[in-house]
Design a protein around this ligand. Structure first.
Ligand SMILES: Nc1nc2c(ncn2[C@@H]2O[C@H](COP(=O)(O)OP(=O)(O)O)[C@@H](O)[C@H]2O)c(=O)[nH]1
Ligand SMILES: [Mg+2]
Length: 194
């Protein structure tokens, strides 16, 4: 799977607009500002394909990317405090709509900031993935913000807090430094059988 061969396909703002799933897809979930767009850009060797924003809570759409004929899906970020009630409603509609559809979920990459204890929303997301028996992996983001030794400590703390089954992979990443990116590409390609 050649991650250089990437393009933006489409963005959808309501779950009713989501096209039926015709191929397996790898989706990315995480709280607003966790570094999802930055990580996607790094994976796809592109600077601005996914919009990186300094004002969080803006990407309330489901964005589809084509990577070498495979589908990657950027889900809207959760947990931004300042969104209005109607925005929150739209977010739930999109996320629930996406996961409730009959789609080919190859892998969900759940992004969590390595610096902090997982929030209630993070834990909720991971619990949901477990309950729904979806294949998922955890990507810990922004590892360049600390030493390697600290990162290992945070990894074990977060693992404990989330209490995931032992087969769930954790990848320590940095979109800034490129840490863990190749490992994540491998996980994605394996999940897609590509
Ligand atoms: N130091 C550091 N900052 C990052 C990293 N990834 C993202 N950021 C910063 O975090 C902020 C949010 O990033 P963005 O990718 O837009 O997050 P999203 O809302 O989850 O899509 C931006 O200011 C990024 O520059 C990383 O790996 N290291
Ligand atoms: Mg984003």
């Amino acid at each position: 799977m050649n991650f250089h061969n990437a393009s933006f396909k489409a963005a959808y703002g309501t779950s009713a607009q989501l096209p039926a799933s015709t191929q397996p897809e790898v989706s990315f979930a995480g709280r607003s500002n966790v570094g999802k767009s930055s990580l996607l850009n790094k994976l796809m060797y592109r600077k601005g394909l996914a919009k990186v924003s300094s004002t969080p809570g803006k990407t309330a759409t489901v964005n589809f990317y084509d990577v070498d004929g495979q589908a990657l899906v950027d889900l809207p970020g959760y947990g931004y405090a300042k969104v209005s009630k109607s925005e929150l409603g739209r977010w739930s509609d999109l996320i629930e709509g996406y996961f409730n559809q009959d789609r080919q979920f190859a892998l969900v990459v759940s992004l969590i900031d390595i610096r902090h204890e997982p929030s209630a929303l993070d834990r909720h997301m991971v619990q949901f993935l477990q309950d729904a028996e979806l294949p998922f992996a955890i990507a810990l983001t922004k590892a360049d913000k600390m030493s390697k030794q600290q990162a290992m400590k945070q990894l074990s703390m977060i693992r404990k807090a989330l209490n995931t089954p032992k087969e769930v992979p954790y990848v320590v990443t940095s979109a800034e430094k490129g840490t863990g990116i190749e490992e994540l590409r491998r996980l994605i390609a394996d999940a897609l059988g590509a």
